[in-house]
Design a protein around this ligand. Structure first.
Ligand code: GLU
Length: 301
């Protein structure tokens, strides 16, 4: 095939909810940011269901989230990818990482790691424990600086060994870790733009590290502020965040858009969701998204 002149690479983004509960205002803000950024760049917008942790996922939550997106008018492209259908890909990638000699088996407990300040100290690095079930698999980190330019937050870097420590790829309960799955799926789905919540900013250097070990491209990242409650806690099912009221779709969208730095007129609240979204795509400016870690819920109103 002749690939001259080179074709511009088109934008591929995604929203990747974990089906631990229905969408709440905070997850809607993340969904909307990735949707606006993809659509305003004439890009593809994929939805990936991050259902890797069955005990935390009430049955039917995936369908509920997709229905909420649909009612809000957030139409995705193609089929939804379920991480639960991707275990062979994660297993194969874990084997590739093991072949680098950088992986080791670990029997440390969470309380022990917590007691030393939360940063893994490499205790099992050279113990050569067998890769048995019941033990976690970690990847060794190093002293290099992992650095990237976030489209909203600017330059961000970590020295993984000192800031995070060797991290888990396979949990001791046999479940694949988020860091491994997200890197494999972003690469296999050709994702080149990741727009997500600020709480994942500190995961990004780990993901870049794995991408480099595996020879994958690094997407452009953008981290939007996380919506917090009065106590400063991230809205989540654990904190009993209300599921969004899709009956009031336009009100919810209007609020979420204001949170992302868009300024729809008051009167637009009575427009149908599709019109509000079209306005949002036309007026989207990633530079207008507040450069903050979090914003209290009440500030969005
Ligand atoms: N599934 C993750 C969450 O719901 C998001 C992962 C990502 O966007 O990389 O927090």
């Amino acid at each position: 095939m002749n690939d001259y002149p080179p074709q511009p690479i088109s934008y591929v983004g995604r929203f990747a909810p974990s089906p631990t509960g229905p969408l709440h205002f905070g997850s809607l803000v993340a969904a909307l940011a990735s949707y606006f950024d993809a659509r305003s760049n004439k890009g593809t917008w994929l939805v990936r269901m991050e259902d890797l942790d069955p005990p935390r996922e009430p049955p039917g939550t995936d369908a509920l989230i997709l229905e909420q997106l649909h009612i809000l008018g957030l139409e995705w492209d193609g089929e939804v990818l379920y991480q639960s259908s991707r275990l062979d890909a994660y297993r194969a990638t874990l084997e590739r990482l093991k072949a680098t000699g950088l992986c080791f088996s670990c029997d440390c407990t969470r309380p022990r790691i917590k007691s030393i300040g939360g940063i893994y100290d490499g205790r099992c690095r050279y113990r050569k424990l067998p890769f048995n079930s019941g033990l976690a698999t970690r990847v060794k980190t190093d002293k290099n600086l992992y650095e990237f330019e976030d489209a909203i937050q600017g330059n961000y870097s970590q020295i993984l060994e000192q800031d995070i420590g060797d991290f888990t790829l396979l949990r001791k309960d046999g479940l694949f870790a988020y860091q491994l799955a997200v890197v494999v799926d972003d690469a296999d789905q050709g994702i080149n733009h990741v727009v997500r919540g600020y709480d994942l900013l500190e995961s990004t250097p780990r993901q870049i590290y794995l991408q480099q070990l595996l020879g994958f491209l690094t997407p452009q990242y953008a981290h939007v502020p996380v919506v917090v409650n009065e106590q400063g806690q991230k809205l989540s099912k654990q904190h009993f965040a209300d599921s969004i009221d899709v009956q009031a779709a336009s009100t919810v969208l209007h609020n979420a858009m204001r949170f992302l730095g868009l300024r729809p007129a008051k009167a637009q609240i009575s427009e149908p969701p599709a019109d509000l979204l079209a306005w949002g795509i036309d007026n989207w400016d990633i530079q207008a998204v507040p450069k903050l870690a979090n914003i209290p819920m009440h500030a969005a109103h």
